[in-house]
Design a protein around this ligand. Structure first.
Ligand code: G6P
Length: 498
């Protein structure tokens, strides 16, 4: 006996690069269609068009929302017919022609950034590594440093050489303390090897929406890559912020990632039927689970190791966008909005947190992500065959666990009883490619946008991250002995101990 009978109908939407199976949501297309009528505003089509054309208003920050244009008219690869600063930097570094100040080719690139200036580039570089075009015989190692405490730098500095390392300082604002603190430590580390002038002249690229700050820092104009202020940090991997991805796979492959996202933009904009539109469906199912089933969390469970950084990326994309309690015109909201996003690489989760999912007490919903086929180029036929078998192994586990989470399993033995009834999505692609990867991420962006519209909030600001920053500044002054403010017993006792 099972809690939910096995599905007899498959509910699937297919697009050029991404497919969605929502058969285990317990809702028919007719029910979703009715629900859409009550949830989507009458002007939704117009709002979608505004987003696609870069004309949607981020009212609280008084600017447009233009990240979608990075896939079309502001395409950083195609600008100037592909002959521009971005592609030139990528070509020069990937070919080994970019020499450091002492004449040696750059072998390592360290991206220093945090939040949107770290999560997307890191996820994309890791996911798409095997698509590196082979125009480059020169090997470039890419590293990511984001942590404020310097723990990542501590691990990276011993394995890089100052004379052959280039640092990307990636920061939309160029003022984020985490990033500046890491940069400051790098400068101390460099001192015995390079002068600051040498370092700035050949070992730094700035990526920012704040050109003045890059200039003030001393980065030569030819090493500055800028992007529009109207591109939100968590939506910026399509802009120059995606440089580490392009350095990993080449500009042409990076461009394919943008094209995959663009294909999803077109699907989102053009398909009016909400039950045939993947981002709108994801949004509606999410709102339904939040509001009708009171489920406050979504587990992101990729079943392909190349997507292992997707859950962290999604946390910022979704939670920073829709974790709000006020509407875009500053009225208090009375019903819950964006859920908690969490998750991890699915197969490893099976050996860690899935016990709780199957038999614990909490409700959840999940997005399973599966890649159906794998070519695994670059290895002998025997190794390729073994890797393909591993892919099939992962997909079979993905299908098994989502089935069990929905249907449950009843046994005479209470220990072997599974609760089931957990609604989940399956997002799947035939292959993970730059195209399909771009489509997955764009689908999630548009889901977040649609939910923000439904809840009437502004998905493009993040006022709630600011107070913590000012409070931390006040506390640091006391720790550094520059002030003697007291806070509360617990905080004060830790400060004293420091
Ligand atoms: O790119 P940056 O300006 O350095 O910002 C890095 C991150 O920090 C901020 O606190 C925001 O909450 C994030 O949205 C942003 O991505």
């Amino acid at each position: 006996m099972v809690n939910n009978t096995p599905t007899t109908t498959t509910y699937t939407v297919e697009t050029e690069f991404l497919n969605l199976d929502y058969s285990y949501q317990g809702l028919t297309p007719e029910q979703i269609s009715d629900y859409a009528q009550t949830k989507l505003p009458a002007n939704f089509t117009k709002l979608k068009q505004q987003l696609i054309q870069g004309e949607f208003k981020n009212k609280t920050e008084n600017r447009n929302v233009s990240h979608v244009l990075n896939r079309s008219i502001h395409n950083v690869v195609k600008a100037g017919n592909g002959k521009n600063r971005f592609t030139e930097i990528v070509r020069s570094l990937r070919s080994g022609q970019w020499l450091g100040a002492t004449g040696k080719p750059i072998t390592d690139v360290v991206n220093i950034g945090v939040g949107g200036s770290d999560l997307g580039p890191m996820m994309g570089s890791f996911a798409l590594k095997e698509f590196a075009d082979d125009n480059s015989l020169h090997t470039l190692h890419t590293h990511f440093v984001s942590s404020m405490d310097g723990g990542q730098l501590y691990a990276v500095l011993p394995i890089i050489d100052p004379e052959t390392t280039l640092f990307i300082i990636a920061s939309k604002s160029f003022g984020t303390i985490d990033t500046l603190a890491n940069v400051n430590t790098v400068k101390q580390w460099l001192q015995p090897h390079l002068t600051e002038e040498q370092w700035l002249s050949r070992h730094v690229i700035g990526v920012s929406a704040n050109n003045q700050a890059m200039t003030d820092f001393g980065i030569p104009p030819s090493q500055q890559l800028s992007f529009a202020d109207s591109v939100g940090g968590r939506f910026s991997m399509w802009s120059a912020i995606g440089l580490p991805i392009a350095l990993t796979i080449g500009s042409n492959q990076f461009s394919k990632m943008l094209d995959g996202a663009k294909a999803m933009d077109e699907h989102f904009a053009e398909v009016d039927d909400p039950t045939q539109n993947i981002p709108v469906l994801l949004a509606l199912l999410g709102v339904y689970n939040r509001e009708q089933r009171n489920i406050n969390n979504v587990a992101i469970l990729p079943y392909d190791g190349r997507l292992r950084y997707l859950p962290s990326y999604m946390q910022q994309l979704d939670m920073e966008s829709n974790g709000k309690q006020a509407t875009h015109d500053n009225q208090p909201l009375t019903t819950p909005t964006g859920p908690i996003i969490w998750g991890g690489y699915g197969p490893n989760g099976q050996h860690a947190f899935f016990q709780h999912l199957h038999q614990g007490w909490d409700t959840f919903t999940a997005d399973f992500l599966a890649v159906l086929h794998r070519h695994a180029p670059g290895f002998s036929p025997a190794v390729q065959a073994a890797l393909r078998e591993q892919q099939r192994l992962a997909v079979s586990n993905c299908l098994a666990h989502r089935k069990l989470m929905w249907e449950g399993h009843t046994s005479d033995d209470a220990r072997n009883t599974y609760i089931g009834n957990h609604p989940t999505n399956l997002l799947y692609v035939d292959e993970l490619t730059p195209h399909s990867f771009g489509a997955i991420i764009a689908a999630y962006e548009h889901k977040v946008f649609t939910q923000g519209v439904i809840w009437g909030l502004n998905s493009f600001d993040q006022p709630g991250v600011e107070k913590g920053k000012t409070c931390a500044t006040d506390i640091l002054k006391v720790i550094d002995g520059q002030a003697d403010t007291t806070f509360d017993a617990s905080t004060d006792s830790i400060i004293r101990r420091m």
